[in-house]
Design a protein around this ligand. Structure first.
Ligand SMILES: [Zn+2]
Ligand SMILES: [Zn+2]
Length: 222
């Protein structure tokens, strides 16, 4: 580890200073989200709890997003995904952990939004799983990576318009087992959520498989 740090020193994703991926000068530039959104209608909602009129049997119960997807955070997530710097996850999960609100109900399980097996193989890891694992360790919540599966290979959501995103994501996810989900409150973890289409679709599949409540926990929204 020390040798690796000498050979490939961590540099700030924003200013390039050696030491951390997000240095102490760039950290204050992170835009933390002050007002959470309802995961169903994406309008402002107290503590991110789904509005009473947006609730539904297979819908999400709430959503927590830590920061806006811009600046330092956008650069960090980009580095994580496309340059495969997986040890950056430690710093990013700390952001989630430190801003994690007390208003989220007690979670039984964390489940990452899965990548298609082909994309995971290309990338070498699922960044959402790494985030979930690191956050789960800090919060003392077990992580299950083998229940929710992505069975269809889709175009990256970021390349599509809103209506197309909803179509693109239909019938993409399945649950391989129901037992571990029955009656459980699940935290669904993702790195970035834009329209919430993906996370809502995952939540619906988890609820159809017996989950009692599903909360989204995402690092960045935008
Ligand atoms: Zn910096
Ligand atoms: Zn709503």
């Amino acid at each position: 580890m020390i040798l690796l740090d000498l050979l490939f020193p961590r540099r700030c994703v924003s200013c390039g200073r050696i030491g951390k991926y997000i240095c102490s000068r760039c950290f204050p530039k992170i835009k933390f989200i002050q007002h959470q959104l309802c995961p169903v209608c994406t309008k402002s909602a107290i503590d991110g709890i789904t509005h009473p009129y947006c609730r539904g049997r297979y819908r999400m119960d709430g959503m927590f997003a830590a920061c806006h997807y811009q600046g330092v955070i956008k650069q960090a997530i980009h580095l994580l995904k496309y340059r495969q710097v997986s040890d950056l996850v430690t710093e990013l999960s700390l952001l989630l952990f430190e801003s994690y609100p007390k208003t989220i109900p007690k979670l039984d399980l964390l489940i990452p939004v899965p990548l298609h097996a082909r994309r995971e193989k290309e990338r070498g890891f699922n960044q959402s799983f790494l985030l979930a694992k690191s956050l789960g360790k800090k919060l003392g919540i077990p992580v299950k990576n083998n229940i929710l599966k992505r069975i269809r290979y889709t175009k990256p959501q970021a390349d599509l318009k809103r209506e197309k995103r909803l179509d693109n994501i239909k019938n993409v996810f399945v649950c391989s087992q129901n037992g571990p989900l029955r009656g459980k409150t699940i935290g669904l973890v993702d790195d970035v959520a834009t329209t919430f289409a993906t996370i809502n679709e995952c939540a619906s599949v988890l609820k159809q498989a017996g989950a009692k409540k599903v909360w989204g926990i995402v690092l960045a929204h935008g």
